[in-house]
Write a protein that binds this ligand. Sequence first.
Ligand SMILES: [Fe+2]
Ligand SMILES: [Fe+2]
Length: 300
Amino acid sequence: MLTQKEFIQKSLEVNLFFLRIMKEHLFFIETGMPHINEDLIQEADILKRSLEILLSETVDLADGAIREEVLDSNELVTPYTLETEKVTSKLTGPRLDTDITKREMELTHDPNFDFTYWLEGQLENINMRAKNLLLDTIAYKKKVLEEVTKCELYTTLYPEMQSHLIAEAEYYLELLKGLKERKLPEKELCDILNFWNYVMMDHAQFIEGFLDPSEEDLKEMAKKFIKAYDILIRECERCSRRTILEKSTRATRDIVEYKMAATEGILACDIKSIILPLLADHVLREANHYLRLLKDIREY
Ligand SMILES: [Fe+2]
Ligand SMILES: [Fe+2]
């Protein structure tokens, strides 16, 4: 059972991380479809804006309350987020609320923060609205994937990537359901690690597939990550807790470095690819989140 303080902190941290992830998924879907799909594009844009409003409200409540390690992990925003948003919006058209990003960059941690009943009530409300929006988001993503699977819709997002976006949304939904019961989902270590190791492996596959064929070295490195995470997934049940945590941490530290270099290279136009700058920053934040989660698990 989570204490009042834990409930407030977890709710803020989970929503700050995932609301941004979700609104960006909708942005990627929105920008990946040709204009002929006007209704679907509109639908994604409305959902994206609703998620942005909720994220903005969450940021208003978060200052002082969230843990220092979350702020320091660069999972909420990275030093590249603002710039990648600006460049990506300029390249593709749909808007992104960069004001939220600027406010998130200013968030602080206050060791004497007052966790009040009022704030608890606010977070109950945010969690409920996040859950409702998430159900709509999942239904929308599934509808798009179904059309793609039937070859009735063209998009620049691989079907595998769309399944990946659905899996991340369902993971978030599970966390919100747990928070409603004042607890976190009780999962085996390998269930948690394999979920994220799959996510990291998928990212390496997408990056490999979106890089220009001439970027041989970067493609080769991506292939090494695919192999490394594939082994980690298959090894998990056989490894000791300590070994698998250490190996997953090492691989994820490396992929964070790789994604950071990729984000910088894409922003500086030094890398040839069809990767949107914001997508590079997005997968970097997810790796930062996993790295912090691994640290939490090791210290638990
Ligand atoms: Fe994602
Ligand atoms: Fe992802």
